[in-house]
Structures are given as structure tokens and as C-alpha cells.
Design a protein around this ligand. Structure first.
Ligand SMILES: Cc1cc2nc3c(=O)[nH]c(=O)nc-3n(C[C@H](O)[C@H](O)[C@H](O)COP(=O)(O)OP(=O)(O)OC[C@H]3O[C@@H](n4cnc5c(N)ncnc54)[C@H](O)[C@@H]3O)c2cc1C
Length: 462
């Protein structure tokens, strides 16, 4: 009998589990039947592309990479606008909102995240207030920002999504205010000095920031439409408002079968990504993506890593483990390594990258650090287009191993973040990074790279 695999969720995480399994489906002797269930109408949607669509670079519709039919044509029972309302891990089935019951041999929970919403916003029940979480949100925001008479935008949240929305509004010519807490922008990725550089860049694009511990106390409307917000004792005009305060893991389905969730609210898994119940791993139930709690690769504490880049690696591990059992009858599971969350974002033309811990996260975990920071041109000074790049490297003060890196510049950020992620995994020290030979061509790089200078600064500081 063909093995039944049921995937709950069709975001990046669920889709990548599906794609990986589809690619090797024919190798499963007894056959494998794949079912994916999701609430949205879309097939494979790239939410990561939505911020740039809002900036007008392309149509929102282009972010749907594959329609449901693409998967249905390959024999997948791909169900959109459908919800799983309950799972029964003892008997191995899920119940849908249509009351239909689907048996499974393997269950993959890829249920994603739910954007946080402050009570004051919910209670106001006004039109013109949006989250920025999916395609529907993007379409609503796009329509609202292009509506006649819209002049003022307000964003609550200073993370990547909030800042991306603010850039879209400012690009459109709206007077834009961002409210976040102190000390600076993207605090989970950047130290305040690096976040400050991003803030200055965005201020030059006309975005105003309120980065104080000031609460959003009220929303005021006119005819059911938001018109202003009250922050402390200031009333700020707002014809459109985006709430981007992060997102909670969507682990509601854990409740009934009493699956383990952690402090963050995400599913707890073992290193093979098996979900846990009553202190034991369920070897045929996996969780993946934004709904999962990861173990931080530096602090060894549980946390969330809500990135598409995290989800695709977890999806790979899960598929290897399911296929390992089905094809090779092996229960030597592949492990998902502790997570260091390399990240990159283009925020209004400034590229911001980070990997590993910030200085503050290290301090919270009791890790003493030394750091080195350097700013340099990315190619020889006589070359046109030689823009500046600032790199901050954070080392464990005791071992001198690299544990965090942050970059702000107009180019070469993504490849460097990946390189520094490898350096963290490899346990490279400040001296090893400084002494490493690097390639040189004046049109492409500097003879002495910014990494060498940043590592040298860290060594000088000890
Ligand atoms: C605007 C935006 C831009 C981003 N940009 C980047 C980027 O550049 N790089 C990056 O790495 N990350 C980025 N991210 C983060 C990244 O998109 C997420 O980490 C990723 O989408 C997580 O995928 P997921 O499948 O775990 O969750 P989700 O995308 O939240 O998908 C969850 C799925 O589960 C379904 N579901 C939930 N519960 C049920 C149920 N009970 N029954 C049926 N279906 C259910 C939902 O319908 C949905 O299909 C961005 C996120 C946003 C919102």
C-alpha cells in the first residue's frame, strides 16, 4: 500500500517538503501519496517577494511561482481554502473543516505564523489597518496606498517587514512615521550602532522614526476609516497603517493531542525535526518552518527563526528522514544543526545582513564578547561604483571564535553573510579570519578586505 504523507500548510515550509518528496517519490518501493492542505487560494507563493512588489518593481501576481494545478498534475492531492481542525496522533489521522478524515503514515506540520496585533488596534476596528504577512495583505496595502487622498502612513514595528512597508510608502510619496522601541532598528539582528546606520539612511528617504518607549494609546477614525494615531501625547495623521510587530508560531493544532510547545509557543522537536509528546519523539510527525522552535547555535537556547532560509533547510532534513525510512529502512536520522539564522534584506537600497548573535543576545546568554568594526570601499578607490561597506564582527572573548557578524552596505552583503556563516560553523577565530588570504581584482575587491580590518580591530581590543 502506498504510504500516505499529509502536509498541513502550504507556505514555503510545506511547499519545500512537498517538492523534495515529489522529486524522490518514485524511489519509494510501495509508492507514496502526497496530500497538502492550506487555507489560502494560492499554490507556491513567494511572500519574500511581496515587499518589492509593493515598491512597484513588479506585479504582486508574479510572486505566485506555481499554481495549485502544477502540483495536482503530478498526482498531489493539493487542497486550497481548506483547514485542518484537529489531529489525532494516536490513530494517525487529521480532520478537515469539511469533517473529512485523512489517514496518514507521516504527518508534517508546516502551519507557519500569525502576526501579532496590539489590543488597542483590534478594539478600534477601523479600516485602513493591515498586517503584512501574505499576498492578500499585500494586495490590500497596495490598493489602500494608491487610493485617492492618502497622504500619511504609520508603521508600528521596526523589524524587516515593517521597514519594508515604510520604504514602499515613502517611495510612493506618503509622509511616513515608524514607531518602535529603543534603541534602534532591527534589534534582533543588529547592534544599535549598526541599526543607527540604517536609521540614518531611511531618514534621508523622508521616513520619521519614533524609537522610544512610547505606547500607541489610541486610533482615531472618520467614517470607520483610520485617520490618525495617538502616540504618547502626540496625534499623528495616518490614512494607512501597518502593524508589523512580529508573528507568533501557529501551533494551535498542538493543543488537543498535547504536543510539546516551547517558551516561544513554537512546536518543540528533536534534532531530526520529530514533534514531541509527553517527553518522547513521535517518529512519524514532523514540524517545520515558522511554527517551530529552534536551538540557537551560539547560546544553545530555544528561540524562533522565522525565515524562509531556515524553513528550506529543515524541509530538506525532514524529507531525508522520511525517505531514509521508506527507501533504505534506516532510522539513522539526519540532524538539523543548531540554527545561526543568516539573514539579508534590501531596505530602501541599503543591504543589511546578520548572522549569529548580537552583542546584546550574547550578553543575555552570559557570553563575554570582543568586537571589531571596519568600514571600507568594496573595490579599489579609483573604480567607479566603489561603495562603502561596514562590517562588525563579534567574537567570544574567551575562545576568540566568531559568534556573530553584521553588515551594512550597498553591495556584496549576501555573499559575505554566507561566508561568515561558514566561518561560524567552522569555529574560525579572529586571528584565522584576519590571516586568511583573499582574492583580489581592483574592479571587484580591495587588496586588504574589510573582514581583515574588522578582525584586526577585534584583536587590537583585547
Ligand atoms: C512580507 C514578508 C517578507 C519576507 N521576506 C523574507 C526574506 O526575504 N527572506 C527570508 O528568509 N524570509 C522572509 N520572510 C519570512 C518567510 O517568508 C517565512 O519564514 C516563511 O514564509 C515561513 O513559511 P512557513 O511555511 O513556515 O509559514 P507560512 O508562510 O505562515 O505558511 C503557513 C501555512 O500553513 C497554513 N495553515 C496554518 N494552519 C493551518 C491549518 N490548521 N489547516 C490548513 N492550513 C493551515 C497556512 O494556510 C499557510 O499556507 C518574509 C516574510 C514576510 C511576511
Amino acid at each position: 500500500m502506498a504510504k500516505e504523507v499529509v502536509i498541513v500548510g502550504g507556505g514555503v515550509a510545506g511547499i519545500f517538503v512537498l517538492r523534495n518528496l515529489l522529486a524522490k517519490k518514485d524511489k519509494v518501493g510501495e509508492g507514496m501519496h502526497l496530500t497538502l492542505i492550506k487555507r489560502e487560494r494560492s499554490g507556491w507563493e513567494s511572500v519574500c517577494g511581496l515587499p518589492f512588489a509593493l515598491r512597484g518593481w513588479y506585479e504582486i501576481g508574479l510572486t505566485e511561482i506555481q499554481k495549485p494545478q502544477f502540483f495536482q498534475d503530478q498526482g498531489v492531492d493539493f487542497r486550497t481554502e481548506t483547514e485542518v481542525v484537529q489531529i489525532n496522533v494516536a490513530e494517525g489521522f487529521v480532520t478537515l473543516d469539511t469533517a473529512e478524515v485523512l489517514k496518514y503514515d507521516y504527518l508534517v506540520l508546516a502551519t507557519g505564523r500569525t502576526p501579532s496585533m496590539p489590543a488597542v488596534v483590534e478594539q478600534a476596528k477601523l479600516e485602513g489597518v493591515y498586517t503584512f504577512n501574505d499576498e492578500d495583505d499585500a494586495r490590500e496595502i497596495e490598493a489602500a496606498m494608491n487610493a485617492e487622498g492618502v497622504e500619511h502612513a504609520f508603521v508600528r514595528g521596526r523589524g524587516i517587514n515593517g521597514l519594508q512597508a515604510a520604504v514602499a510608502f515613502a517611495t510612493k510619496g506618503l509622509k511616513t512615521t515608524v514607531l518602535g522601541g529603543p534603541p534602534s532598528l532591527l534589534p534582533s539582528a543588529l547592534d544599535p550602532d549598526m541599526g543607527g546606520m540604517l536609521k540614518e539612511w531611511l531618514e534621508k528617504q523622508g521616513i520619521r522614526f519614533i524609537l522610544e518607549r512610547k505606547p500607541l494609546t489610541a486610533l482615531k477614525g472618520d467614517g470607520g476609516q483610520v485617520k490618525s494615531v495617538v502616540v504618547g501625547d502626540e496625534e499623528i495623521p495616518a490614512d494607512i497603517m501597518v502593524i508589523a510587530l512580529g508573528a507568533a508560531p501557529n501551533a494551535d493544532l498542538a493543543k488537543d493531542p498535547e504536543l510539546e510547545t516551547g517558551e516561544s509557543g513554537g512546536f518543540v522537536t528533536d534534532s531530526a525535526m520529530h514533534v514531541r509528546k509527553g517527553g518522547c519523539s513521535l517518529n512519524n510527525v514532523y514540524a517545520v518552518g515558522d511554527c517551530v522552535e529552534v536551538i540557537d547555535g551560539i547560546t544553545h537556547r530555544p528561540r524562533l527563526s522565522q525565515f524562509a532560509s531556515t524553513a528550506v533547510v529543515q524541509a530538506l532534513v525532514i524529507c531525508e528522514n522520511i525517505l531514509g525510512e521508506l527507501i533504505e529502512q534506516s532510522t539513522l536520522y539526519s540532524p538539523y544543526a543548531p540554527c545561526i539564522s543568516p539573514s539579508i534584506a534590501d531596505i530602501g537600497g541599503l543591504l543589511v545582513g546578520a548572522v549569529g548573535v548580537t552583542s546584546e543576545a550574547a550578553a543575555r546568554a552570559g557570553i563575554k564578547t570582543v568586537n571589531g568594526k571596519a568600514t571600507k570601499l568594496i573595490k579599489a578607490r579609483y573604480f567607479p561604483g566603489a561603495t562603502k561597506l561596514t562590517m562588525k564582527l563579534i567574537f567570544d572573548a574567551f575562545t576568540r571564535k566568531l559568534i556573530g557578524a553584521q553588515l551594512v552596505g550597498e553591495a556584496t552583503v549576501a555573499e559575505r553573510i554566507n561566508e561568515l556563516a561558514v566561518a561560524i560553523y567552522a569555529g574560525l577565530t579572529a586571528a584565522e579570519l584576519r590571516n586568511m588570504e583573499r582574492c583580489f581584482d581592483p574592479s571587484l575587491s580591495q587588496l586588504v578586505d574589510v573582514t581583515t580590518d574588522a578582525a584586526e580591530k577585534a584583536l587590537e581590543s583585547v
